[in-house]
Unconditional design. Sequence first.
Length: 223
Amino acid sequence: MTTWTAPTPGTVQQELPLFPLNTVLFPDGSLSLQIFEVRYLDLIGKCHKSGTPFGVVSLTQGQEVRTRDPLAPTGEAFVREDFADVGTLATIVDFAAPQAGLMVIRCTGGGRFKVRARRQLKHGLWVGDVEHLANDEPLPIPEDLRPVAHALAHLLEQQSSQSPQESPLFSQPYRLDECGWVANRWCDLLSLPTTFKQSLLRLDSPLLRLELVADLLSNQTAA
């Protein structure tokens, strides 16, 4: 297996394979998928073998599974797909192929990227020319936002003590003193509209992301 090196922020990468989904993957987050579409089986097999990531982008139009457009005159066209222009790299950490035509994978989120150009290949796979965005700075959590981190720490401790046999909610190391990591983990946990999660992913400021998450938690507590 080749060793993949994380790109430098600002680097433009051509032909990154893209996987549009009805979800938002945040850096350091976890994503489990069952792969059965032909357009993705070859992609996932190659990424697993080479150790290279693919890009997860949030769907804004269309469905995860490619379907025929019933309104097309010939019946051969597919329903239009569109997706957000900011996504996250996904690296496969667990892989299984329990039967022919089915792959079960678990991925971890890497860095963010911005799609500068996109095109769909003949067999339906999307690829994009992307600019890799800077990772969140390890910004310490301000005093007034520390209750948000304490609440997350309590949740993690509670899950560990009540269900010690279950897999942890998140991979370690826990960075409970960093704005970006804490904000992203709450984004993973909270039931929020995909469009709102996407707006949080787009933010370059981890502090602003955490402030918005704190407001959400405060509103839910009040409700």
